[in-house]
Design a protein around this ligand. Structure first.
Ligand SMILES: NC(=O)c1ccc[n+]([C@@H]2O[C@H](COP(=O)([O-])OP(=O)(O)OC[C@H]3O[C@@H](n4cnc5c(N)ncnc54)[C@H](OP(=O)(O)O)[C@@H]3O)[C@@H](O)[C@H]2O)c1
Length: 313
């Protein structure tokens, strides 16, 4: 069952958080022909270089894990870089896919920030493009939405190339970015509680009021889903949410991580800092209908991530 392990796959962004996990998972699943380039070998923001390089290497499938991303404060401070970098990188890949006959399939990663802000029930794929975005991540989300719309346009216009846009909920796990200037919430909380524990700091102050609800996905599960899509669907055109079924509030998340890190101090909330969107939970029904669901429970995933962070010290 599944596609040939000799299929030529170009994995863009193979040294990043998503890319490393996808690379490892492809190798665990015996894919023999995975092509990668360092940024020095191929700067994906250069569309013509990308076209030349991919014309030479003739991949059959592209997994696009290259991009720029960060947490709420990083989004507020770097909106132009986030928009431009993501637009340039994804456009280079999509442009090449429309020009190089060998490329029959592209998998693109969207983001849950692309959904309209004011939701209080799980969001399905139909909701995209149908409401106001969260202001703190507006520029990033617009760039990522543009990628989804180009992907759908390719699906309509071309017969020989299909695009799957995968929208993961907040991804976390080993290999995550723990730099507090740009990290996402799980990594940031693990780092803050760990430092406070190691340095006997009596309290930890977190951004916002703890009320926003978020949904998470363990990085290794996301990588497994990519391999599942490759193996089970020749094209799987379209847009798919992927995540754990339930959301948790940031206050609950803080408690879980505090316990996992074994920090005994107090948690304070800095309400002068933004909460971000109040509720970001994806409806993963379409993905469940493909016959796939994540296998790692949230506590298990957190334990592995805390243990990974400890190994960095
Ligand atoms: N992290 C999440 O929670 C999350 C959730 C949903 C969607 N996504 C999406 O997934 C993608 C990857 O995210 P990530 O968290 O894995 O980011 P990451 O760890 O920062 O990795 C980004 C990768 O892109 C590469 N890259 C950046 N600019 C490049 C350029 N000009 N030319 C060639 N390669 C370039 C980087 O190369 P170097 O190794 O040289 O730096 C790196 O390998 C992004 O598009 C993001 O929007 C991420």
């Amino acid at each position: 069952m599944g596609i040939s392990r000799k299929t030529k796959i170009y994995l863009a962004g193979h040294r990043g958080f998503l890319g490393t996990a996808i690379y490892d998972c492809l190798k665990e699943n015996d894919f023999e022909n995975v092509i990668t380039f360092t940024r020095k070998e191929l700067d994906l923001s250069n569309t013509i270089d990308t076209l030349h390089k991919l014309s030479e290497s003739e991949p059959e499938i592209i997994l696009n894990a290259a991009g720029m991303t960060g947490g709420v404060i990083f989004n507020q401070k770097n909106p132009a870089s986030l928009a431009l970098q993501n637009l340039l990188l994804q456009n280079s890949i999509f442009f090449s896919a429309t020009k190089i006959p060998s490329i029959s399939r592209v998998i693109y990663f969207g983001s849950s920030c692309m959904y309209p802000r004011s939701q209080n029930t799980p969001m399905n794929e139909e909701l995209l493009f149908r409401g106001q975005l969260e202001p703190t991540s507006f520029a990033y989300a617009m760039a990522k939405l543009s990628g989804v719309s180009v992907g759908e346009a390719i699906n309509k216009e071309l017969n020989n190339c299909s695009v799957t846009s995968i929208i993961p909920s907040g991804v976390y796990g080993p290999g995550d970015n723990f730099d507090l200037k740009s990290s996402h919430v799980v990594a940031a909380l693990i780092k803050k509680f760990s430092i406070a524990k190691d340095e006997n700091i009596p309290e930890v102050t977190l951004f916002g009021d703890g009320s926003p609800v978020r949904q998470f996905l363990f990085i290794k599960d996301l990588a497994k889903f990519i391999v599942y899509c490759l193996d089970n669907f020749q094209s799987s055109k379209g847009i798919f949410n992927v995540g754990n079924e339930k959301g948790v509030s940031i206050a609950e998340l803080a408690q879980l991580i505090k316990n996992e890190v074994n920090y005994k101090g107090e948690v304070l909330w800095d309400t002068s800092k933004p909460n971000g969107a109040p509720y970001k939970v994806l409806d993963t029904g379409k993905c469940l209908n493909l016959g796939w669901s994540p296998s790692t429970s949230f506590p298990e995933g957190l334990r592995e991530t805390v243990s990974f962070f400890s190994s960095l010290k």
